[in-house]
Design a binder for this molecule. Sequence first.
Ligand SMILES: CCCCC/C=C\C/C=C\C/C=C\C/C=C\CCCC(=O)SCCNC(=O)CCNC(=O)[C@H](O)C(C)(C)COP(=O)(O)OP(=O)(O)OC[C@H]1O[C@@H](n2cnc3c(N)ncnc32)[C@H](O)[C@@H]1OP(=O)(O)O
Length: 190
Amino acid sequence: MPDEASAGDYAAMIEDLRGFLDRLSSARPSPEAVRCLREALTGWSAELDRSQVPEHDRVFGRLAGLPGRGQTMSPRLEIVETGPDGSRGTVRFGRYHLGRNGAAHGGSIPLVFDEILGQVARVNGRSLARTAYLRVDYRSITPIDRDLEISARLVSVTGRKYVVAGELRDGPVLCAEAEALFVELRPGRP
Ligand SMILES: CCCCC/C=C\C/C=C\C/C=C\C/C=C\CCCC(=O)SCCNC(=O)CCNC(=O)[C@H](O)C(C)(C)COP(=O)(O)OP(=O)(O)OC[C@H]1O[C@@H](n2cnc3c(N)ncnc32)[C@H](O)[C@@H]1OP(=O)(O)O
């Protein structure tokens, strides 16, 4: 993990990256801008090639406490409250997550549910749990570019099995709901 000072920089860089992806996805850059961007990306890929590390030394997605735990794969999720019975927070789907007509892409919604529901299983579990199934019902379109409320609650625990349910809301509107089963890994199982 980075030290405290560089963790702050890393967190800010992840926010910049989210902003960049939003801008890129809603831009029509000129051919010259595309060429420049490509050159810059090629340079940064070469730089990052010099600091590749094994999985357990990665920083991306391992900064618990940061929105989205410091990763950009799923929309920006900020947990406001968490406990053994459940969690709640806010999530913002960016322009990067646009499907069509102002609605978030249907595949980006399970990503966020897997995150928040998985955290509830994790809080309750004795060891790591994996998603066995994740069912999402889309009830209404999920708008991008504004904070939505998301919640997860523990439904049942049966041996190694944790059933967790979640809701995504835009004010009074239920956008989607989900149910997932997380199964605690057997000892020694990768
Ligand atoms: C080192 C520092 C790390 C720092 C990290 C820092 C910060 C991170 C912070 C936070 C992270 C927080 C949250 C994490 C976020 C997201 C979580 C995402 C998790 C995933 O995204 S993970 C990827 C997708 N996931 C898979 O890649 C699973 C592939 N799969 C398997 O790995 C196995 O399949 C497994 C393990 C699921 C089960 O395998 P198994 O051998 O242990 O158990 P078995 O098959 O015996 O099932 C036991 C009982 O579950 C029932 N059961 C099983 N599957 C079922 C199904 N689908 N439907 C209904 N019932 C089912 C059986 O029927 C039986 O039930 P019963 O006991 O009643 O008979």
